[in-house]
Design a protein around this ligand. Structure first.
Ligand SMILES: [Zn+2]
Length: 155
């Protein structure tokens, strides 16, 4: 399903027909190259890794002493162990995995752009992206752009 917002069709930043076709060609590139499935599998792989690491570290006692359990005790109840370990891993590994997912997202965006360009919509997609960016991120920190944006900012 492809949703085209009314702001793309009307108003000051409305897209011309060739620009709209460029955007549609980009989105069709995502579909043709199975980016949704790829992203889903990447997220699921991360979650599977989290579950596996949680299972493997369930008896890693130094982790529980941080939460106030005595080093001489048997540690917390097993479900509590899973909660503590998965919580810690989710935060710690998320710091490393989230940028990898962002890299994947950027890669798929470039591929979708290349798909639109291969159909002859390179210039119209560029001008559409410039129009769509105008007024959305007026002030943007360069570090924010590098770390958090999936698509490159044209211009
Ligand atoms: Zn895209």
């Amino acid at each position: 399903m492809l949703y085209i917002g009314e702001s793309l069709l009307n108003g000051d930043s409305a897209l011309r027909l060739n620009e709209l076709l460029g955007v549609i060609a980009h989105e069709l590139g995502h579909w043709r190259l199975h980016h949704l499935v790829l992203t889903y599998l990447a997220v699921e792989a991360g979650l599977l890794g989290l579950v596996l690491a949680t299972y493997l570290l369930r008896y890693f006692h130094p982790l529980y002493t941080v939460f106030g359990y005595s080093s001489k005790s048997n540690g917390p109840w097993l479900p509590t162990r899973f909660l503590i370990v998965s919580f810690c891993l989710f935060i710690a590994l998320g710091e490393f995995y989230a940028p990898l997912l962002l890299l994947l997202a950027r890669h798929t965006e470039y591929q979708a752009d290349a798909h639109a360009a291969s159909l002859g919509y390179a210039k119209s997609l560029c001008s559409a992206l410039v129009k769509m960016q105008n007024g959305t991120f007026l002030v943007m920190d360069p570090l924010f752009k590098v770390l958090l944006l999936q698509s490159p900012i044209p211009g």
